[in-house]
Write a protein that binds this ligand. Sequence first.
Ligand code: SF4
Length: 441
Amino acid sequence: MLNILVLDPYPKAGHRICKDNAGAYGTANHYGNNLFCKFLNYFVKNSDLSPPLFAAQIIGELINSGHNAKYNQEIDNLNYDLFIIISSIVCHETEIKKIETLISNNKNVIVAGPFATSYPEPYLKAGAKVIFGEPDMFFHKFNLNLQEINNLPSRIKNFKIYDINDLSIPGWKQIFKFVKPRMKFLGKGNSIYIQASRGCPYPCFYYCTYPTQQGRKLRFKSVELIVNEMNYFYKELKVSNYVFRDPVFAISKKHTMDLCKKIIDNGIDFKLCIETHLNNIDEELSIMLKKAGVKLIYIGIESGVKKVRDESHRLSEENDKQIEKIKTLENLGILVKANYIIGLPKDTKETYLQTLEYAKLVNTSYAQFSVFTPYPGTPAYLDYKDKIKTQKLEDFTQWRLVFEHNNFSKSDISELITKSYTDYYLNYKWIVKYIKSKFLN
Ligand code: SF4
């Protein structure tokens, strides 16, 4: 049995940093600089926070393999046999500093996660070994001794890929000893990230990080295992709020209908958040999602201007179809959070302002405006890598412009972020809707 620390470092910040977002590269929600945006920074940081699912899955695999695995965001002591670093772009330099400390103390360090897979060099240079690919597969049935760990190559590749139905229950119990994840938009109590599928076949992989590790081929978890996992944490940790972290939940209508039915038959009142593509939503599915306990749906609209979407390789519904589907969901009582992108490759100030007007017209319960970011590992990065304007990878927050855009300066983007959140949430139509939802429901 090995003593292992799963180390998940973060820089200090007054806003939310989540390593699970953006395909587990991580994002940092810095809403802007006026008083209202500072309130949003504080509010969201305190409402929605969790370590990444892949960290929980690694811990689950280690415990199931008979090891003593602990989660921490700091190095609590050096007496571990192995340190596993949870990598991200958004905390990259902080992670490197921790690795340098550990390596200078002659410790075994392995780095895991999609970002390290796509951008391994700085981690290797700092002296760590890097897992290329899904780390929970590498740690499933992990039976190496210290000597064998020492002998691993610095680039750990070509390990066995298991069926996702063979993986262990994630180690949230260990994580809850350190931090209690929350998603207050689902209600009181703690929340847990969960997965019904991996992989995404859609063409927006041009700029999206999800397929870089999970691939474009879909893999589904059995509905029995998903509901067993929810029941297990309901019993062990009293958790009834679940956030599905599939790249596109509901990508298979049959699997989703079966899952909803299983959750309904299970009889426990779970509250669910999912992220999906409007393409997959119809009225029948919307009704089932509501019955199964879905309270909040994230959808990507990206741009209100079809030409801008098309030029970014985005698969989209027409605008009137989007509005119709969103209305169906919200009329059923499901809250919708729409995600928009500022500064898509062909965006101009004019097209982005049209997007902002479109967002106000659609008037979903929540909206997020983030900045187009060419991430290492994606085809977009190859197009923009010579135009990257920052040396610090922690600047890749999705809330800053990190490259030289043909149509926007850094300060244009920063002003547009502040304008978007202020115009959207301080718009009378949104305020009236919010007040009605609070007092009439
Ligand atoms: S639909 Fe597009 S943006 Fe969403 S996960 Fe798939 S590739 Fe990424």
